[in-house]
Ligand binder design. Structure first.
Ligand code: GDP
Length: 246
């Protein structure tokens, strides 16, 4: 299966939350102070809704590092974002067939000063969505992943009981050139509370083989497994701090 990729259209400058103009310019010379995983979690909690866009053309550019959350419908993406940000309804799944799917942006940063942006891309592969809608969405997503400036990293959510599906594999192919150029990439094996220790180890092993060099971690919103760890990694990605690795 191939995804068509189209160039992005004109973008208008983004208006940000008050105080954004006071944020440090990207590429500021001094290295950011290190934070603990708990502090990184506090940083994630600052997430606030920024904007929503039906396609890339409507998505405003900005100067902050952006992290995209992608995954098959029902993989646990909305729950993961809400758990990481410790907010009940920041992200919510739109599973109604035919309902407009959008890219939602959330800004992050203490004292209302944005220093990073999260992008929540709608889940793919939901069976009840008409073919034309599925295709349209795949194009939007491929466009975003290939051309979005300031995209610093991608978090791919995967339910390890199903493993990486055909659509996940297509996505991996789409992002491969950017990952080879340095784009950060994390596969999160969600709902890990549903697996025993042995199954978790096996799921990690298989996903690492398939993840093409990306980091793989277990995650459970229910048991809060991996939450601080992921928050810390995302902070490192967006603050040019040395990566913590797996
Ligand atoms: P999305 O479509 O990827 O946004 O998936 P959702 O976040 O809506 O989650 C899909 C289903 O998985 C829901 O019924 C969630 O309650 C469930 N779920 C999500 N995360 C977890 C988890 O960590 N553990 C368990 N046991 N269930 C989860």
């Amino acid at each position: 299966m191939a995804l068509a990729v189209f160039p992005s259209g004109d973008n208008s400058p983004m208006t940000d939350t008050p105080g954004a103009s006071a944020s440090p310019s990207p590429g500021a010379p001094s290295a950011p102070p290190a934070v603990t995983p708990a502090q990184a979690l506090g940083w994630m909690h600052t997430a606030r809704f920024l904007t929503t866009a039906p396609t890339l053309e409507f998505l405003p550019p900005h100067d902050y590092p952006e992290i995209a959350f992608v995954g098959r419908s029902n993989a646990g993406k909305s729950t993961c974002i809400n758990t990481l940000t410790q907010q009940k309804r920041l992200a919510f799944a739109s599973k109604t067939p035919g309902r407009t799917q959008s890219i939602n942006l959330f800004s992050l940063g203490k004292q209302g000063i944005t220093d990073a942006v999260l992008a929540d891309l709608p889940g793919y592969g939901y069976a009840a969505v008409p073919k034309a809608d599925k295709f349209r969405w795949q194009q939007v997503m491929a466009n975003y992943l290939v051309t979005r400036e300031n995209l610093r990293g991608i978090v791919l959510l995967c339910d390890p009981r199903h493993g990486l599906t055909e659509l996940d594999e297509v996505l991996l192919e789409v992002i491969r050139p950017r990952v080879e150029e340095g784009l950060k990439f994390l596969v999160l094996l969600t709902k890990s509370d549903k697996l025993n220790k042995q199954e978790q180890a096996k799921a990690l092993q298989i996903a690492r083989l398939n993840a093409g060099g990306g980091t793989v971690k277990l995650f459970s919103s229910l048991k809060k497994q991996g939450v601080e760890d992921v928050a810390h990694l995302l902070w490192q990605w967006t603050h040019d701090a040395p990566a913590g690795g797996e």
